[in-house]
Write a protein that binds this ligand. Structure first.
Ligand SMILES: Cc1cc2nc3c(=O)[nH]c(=O)nc-3n(C[C@H](O)[C@H](O)[C@H](O)COP(=O)(O)O)c2cc1C
Length: 181
């Protein structure tokens, strides 16, 4: 069994990205242990409070260490990833030891990206996230990943409905990701 850690950039209770993450988890749960990272309680990145690391930061670092791969789901906020996700990634990009970035827990960590968003399918957020993860020396698998377009019906019902094509795209990503971690 591989350990896959899911990160969702949306804190919303009925988040479409959370629903999408659950669909992805279904594709992997027979071969992997799936866990979800909680980024709700993290303080804002502030170098004044980096050392010793706040307990909530140490906790997410430990979860990252245990994971064979990360799957990030993100909404698109004004063409970018949400601030809460950027904040979590900024913390994780820093070394556990002061002035030694090589001790960051995410260096070379395999990661893949998906998003559920409006007409853009979150492509702007995914391009930007891809670039960010590369800057942080992560091992990005499946480049910009899969984007799901939320239609009017989804916004009315609050329920994510994947088309057959969406499911095929997500399955292809899950398979590629699994074989590279
Ligand atoms: C601050 C903000 C900015 C947004 N900007 C975009 C955007 O640029 N493109 C887009 O497709 N949707 C945008 N949306 C709509 C989100 O895609 C939509 O709220 C979606 O449901 C968020 O994902 P979630 O359901 O996982 O929370 C924005 C929403 C918020 C709150």
């Amino acid at each position: 069994m591989k350990n896959i850690l899911i990160i969702n950039g949306s804190l919303r209770k009925n988040s479409f990205n959370q629903q999408l993450a659950q669909e992805a988890a279904k594709l992997l749960e027979h071969t992997s242990t799936i866990t979800y990272l909680n980024i709700r309680e993290l303080p804002f990145m502030n170098e004044d409070i980096e050392f010793p690391a706040p307990a909530s930061i140490q906790k997410i670092r430990n979860e990252i260490k245990k994971a064979d791969g990360l799957w990030i789901f993100t909404p698109e906020y004004n063409g970018q990833i949400p601030g809460v996700l950027k904040n979590a990634l900024d913390w994780l990009s820093r070394g556990e030891i002061a002035r030694d970035r090589s001790t960051s827990v995410i260096i070379n960590k395999p990661v893949t990206i998906s998003s559920a968003a409006g007409r853009s399918a979150g492509i702007n957020a995914r391009i930007s996230l891809h670039q960010l993860l590369n800057n942080m020396s992560m091992n990005v698998i499946y480049s910009e990943g899969t984007g799901i377009v939320l239609d009017k019906e989804a916004f009315i019902t609050g329920k994510l409905k994947l088309s057959e094509q969406d499911l095929i795209a997500l399955s292809k990503q899950a398979e590629t990701f699994y074989h590279h971690i």
